[in-house]
Design a protein. Structure first.
Length: 312
């Protein structure tokens, strides 16, 4: 059955049936607007959009994969502020010949990823469109803490990373070359594994700045360097190349450090901590902050790619 056959409200009913309810949802889908609790009295909000052919391909990823990825891109931003995600709003623009089952499985992926952090999809909108587009807005609660912003890094701080980098970029390259293995890399492109809990842990441990690594580690750390008016240096030796990534890079003629340092979509978290701070579990030191500007690797300008830019 296509979406043209089921109609807008029939599709809404099918999607709502796939969505759970989080603890902070006071009123979910079905009214003019949702009602979400905000115990902190401050709401952290972020939005992101995925466009077919630009951010995902249906022949590469299942609808559930796309749902997980769309939710993760937004939930990671909330975690990077040191906040607890509470809710998602989803706007869905779809071709009318899209199968209803595809949209239902997409909703299942969105709901499942949100459920990993106790959040839920509380509403949204939909429209017909020649290009499949998914726009997600995430909300979060600071639980009484101050947000961890990009502008707090200080000279002498250490730079630390939680989660993995390079896996999704490697998977994208592999798929682009027409291959489907190694599975661990391909699956990383399809569905990221985000260290959500590391964001709250970093905030509690006194992180001075933090960011979601969505466009590449060097590029995203560049945002911290610019906002904090500091320089950041990354130690290349802090990154161990997994065997499957090394083998794939050798077979494809690619420098694996290009994936590790400039590849996006893994949604790791990068943060700066005061010198001598005890890092929470899951965080590892990968560099340091100094007086200056920009981001370097082993005190030299990185000659490879810097990361993703939508308009470059």
């Amino acid at each position: 059955m296509s979406i043209a056959e089921t109609g807008e409200f029939g599709l809404i009913a099918r999607i709502v049936a796939r969505l759970g309810t989080g603890a902070e949802t006071l009123l979910g889908p079905g009214d003019d607007a949702a009602v979400v609790a905000a115990p902190d009295r401050r709401v952290v909000a972020s939005t992101d959009v995925l466009v077919e052919g630009r951010h995902f391909r249906r022949d590469w990823s299942s609808p559930a994969d796309v749902g997980h990825r769309a939710a993760a891109a937004n939930l990671a931003d909330i975690a990077a502020m040191g906040a607890q995600p509470t809710a998602l709003l989803v706007a869905l623009c779809v071709p009318t010949d899209l199968e209803v089952e595809w949209a239902e499985e997409l909703a299942g992926g969105l709901s499942a990823e949100a459920g990993l952090v106790g959040a839920s999809v509380v509403g949204g909108d939909m429209s017909a469109s020649p290009t499949l587009t998914i726009a997600v807005t995430a909300l979060g609660d600071l639980q009484g803490r101050e947000p961890v912003v990009r502008s707090g890094a200080q000279p002498g701080d250490v730079v630390a990373l939680a989660g993995r980098t390079g896996y999704a970029a490697a998977g994208f390259t592999i798929l682009s070359r027409g291959f489907r293995t190694p599975k661990v890399l391909v699956e990383a492109h399809r569905r990221p594994e985000v260290p959500y809990a590391a964001g709250t842990a970093a905030a509690l441990a006194g992180a001075t700045a933090m960011i979601d690594v969505s466009d590449g580690l060097l590029q995203d750390l560049g945002h911290i360097a610019t906002a904090s008016v500091v320089g950041i240096d990354i130690n290349r030796d802090a990154f161990e190349i997994p065997d499957q990534m090394r083998d794939a890079a050798s077979a494809l003629g690619v420098d694996p450090y290009g994936w590790l340092l400039a590849g996006g979509d893994d949604h790791a978290l990068a943060a700066t901590f005061p010198p001598g701070a005890e890092l929470p579990p899951g965080w590892r030191v990968v560099g340091g902050v100094h007086e200056g500007t920009g981001v370097t690797v082993d005190r030299r300008q990185w000659q490879g790619g810097k990361g993703w830019d939508h308009f470059r």
